[in-house]
Every structure is written in C-alpha cells, then in structure tokens.
Design a protein around this ligand. Structure first.
Ligand SMILES: [Zn+2]
Length: 322
C-alpha cells in the first residue's frame, strides 16, 4: 500500500513536470511562428470582373507567376512581386494582383503558383456567376468610321496600349484604396455591359464595356483616383485625349475622351491630383468620363477599388500569421 502511494506521488510529480514543459513550449511559440509554406487568396471566392490578391511565403523558392484555370481553360495570369513585408516567421511575403476576366463563367478553378523552375503549389477556388447589363447603341456615320476604318495609326496605338497594360512593374505607389475621379452621381453605362452597336449601314457588332461611364459635361474637372505614375498622356484615335496611371504592379487606371489633359507622361500624382477636364473626344456619343481599371491586363470593376484597399497589407499579414 505504501509503495502504491509512493508510485502515485511520483506519477503526479511527473505529470506536473510534463505539464509545465508543455506550457513553456506553448508560451515560447507565441513570439515566432514555425516557418512553413503558406499560400492563399484574398478574397477566397472570386467573381468575374473583380480583383484578387495571391499571397505566398515560406517556400524555398520565390514564386514568379500564377495562372488561374477554370473549367479546364486558362482564365488569367499574374506576376509576383515582393510586398516588402516579413511574416512572423521572418519569411518574405510575395503577392500577385490578379482579376477574373469579365467574360468568365462560373465554376471550380485551380490557381497554380509557379517558380522559374516549375509548380510550387496549387489552390482550389470557386468562381461565382455574375450577370451584366445589356444595351444597344445606335452609331452615327462618324462613330462608325472611327470604329471600323482601317488605320495603321490606330493599330500602333492599340499595340502601345497593350504593351503598357501587360507590364507588371514592382513599384507600390498605392494600396489599391481608390476614390472617384470625378464629381458625378450618374452612370450612363455600367461596367461589363454587353453592348450591341447598330451601324447606319444596317450592320451591327458587339462589344463589352471595359469601364464605367460617368456623365460629366465638357470642362468638368477630373483627378487621379489614387497615387501613381502617369505612364500615358496623349491623344488617341478611339479613346480621344487619354491618361493612364500606374498604381501597383500590373494595376492601372485609365481616363478616356478628355477635353484637356493637364499632366505629362512621367509625372507622379497623389490621390486627387488634377488630370484635366472631361469631354467627348474620340469614340463618344456625348461628354462623359470613361473610367477604367486594368489588373494584370484584365478589365476590372472600378467599384471593387472604392470599397477598401485591394492590397490590404494588414489583412494579408494577419492571415499569413494565423
Ligand atoms: Zn465607356
């Protein structure tokens, strides 16, 4: 009996010692998370025409590119950049800002994250369905001419625009928290609208509206929606007087049909910096601002950028350190 009591006492002491060891280990792990690979999307559910951020840390090799494959088809890609922040495990955090094309359907998708040498990891994600408005626009003979007449200058301008929008730099001028670039409350055409153009010659064609049109009489002041660098400020045949600002790697805002431009290519702008005046230059039925946001070359709903930072560092690090 005496032996049994002694054994029980010893067992209890052993149990207490183990418990204190466990509690030491637990309190030690609060200050530094164990290093380990992490990769996720923000937001976790995607929609056509909306941006998302892919965040990666803790892998032995740095991510270079991400590709989204939806229902077996490649549905956009993006390039990674260094966020300039470390996770709690002291790993560099890499991000890619991407967008689901406005033409995308719904379904189950796989996001593949690649290094220079191969696949790093894959994430399963759902793309939800989205309905877009429909409209028919009757064109004047002059508008039909702008749209359909072959012109080498128009081709050069299109190539120049695509070269800009396809470029993913590394400068973070903004966190993706944008403001309205014009004082207007009336949208004359919404993002993603499926358009039919009726020509005076009886023919027709279709197009998808890549931005938002805000009613704005000629002369209405326009300003930068966020900090950035002016990468294009010139007259173009189709879009009239045009300004493009680079805000984040692969993220650009575009302003079309302006009456006057008051910035130069290479200028750095702040949120609210004057860009010029609204007008009806180029392919326009009347004075308005066509405001467009491009993400990894995809046209993206500007409303997504008016509801908070798209590249929310705090949210990314909080999720990374969970
Ligand atoms: Zn427009």
């Amino acid at each position: 009996m005496k032996n049994v009591r002694k054994f029980c006492k010893l067992f209890l002491l052993l149990l207490l010692a183990t418990a204190s060891q466990i509690s030491c280990q637990t309190s030690g792990s609060v200050s530094a998370l164990p290093a380990g690979p992490r990769a996720f999307l923000l937001p976790e559910t995607l929609k056509p025409g909306e941006p998302y951020v892919v965040a990666v840390a803790g892998y032995p090799n740095a991510p270079v590119r991400a590709n989204l494959v939806l229902n077996g088809q490649k549905t956009g890609s993006g390039r990674f950049f260094d966020l300039g922040e470390k996770s709690a495990a002291k790993d560099s955090v890499y991000c890619a800002i991407m967008a689901v094309p406005s033409t995308s359907g719904a379904g189950s998708a796989v996001l593949t994250i690649e290094t220079a040498n191969g696949v790093l990891t894959e994430i399963n994600v759902t793309v939800e369905a989205r309905q877009f408005p429909v409209e028919t626009i009757a064109l004047t003979a002059g508008m039909q001419d702008i749209l359909t007449r072959p012109d080498p200058q128009k081709t050069r301008e299109a190539e120049q625009l695509w070269a800009i929008l396809a470029k993913t730099g590394s400068d973070l001028y903004s966190d993706g928290n944008f403001i309205m670039p014009v004082n207007s409350t009336f949208q004359t055409s919404r993002f993603g609208t499926r358009r039919t153009y009726k020509y005076p010659n009886g023919r027709s064609s279709t197009s998808i509206h890549a931005g938002v049109d805000w009613r704005a009489p000629t002369g209405t002041p326009l300003w930068a929606c966020a900090p950035g660098k002016v990468v294009l400020a010139r007259q173009r045949i189709v879009t009239g007087n045009t300004v493009i600002i680079e805000h984040m790697p692969g993220v650009y805002s575009l302003y079309y049909h302006m009456n006057k431009i008051s910035v130069l290519e290479g200028n750095l702008v702040e949120t609210g910096s004057p860009l010029g005046e609204a007008g009806a230059t180029g392919f326009a039925t009347g004075a308005h601002l066509h405001w467009e946001i491009r993400v990894a070359a995809e046209n993206t709903d500007p409303a997504s950028f008016l509801n908070g930072a798209v590249l929310d560092k705090e949210a990314i690090l909080a999720r990374m350190n969970q």
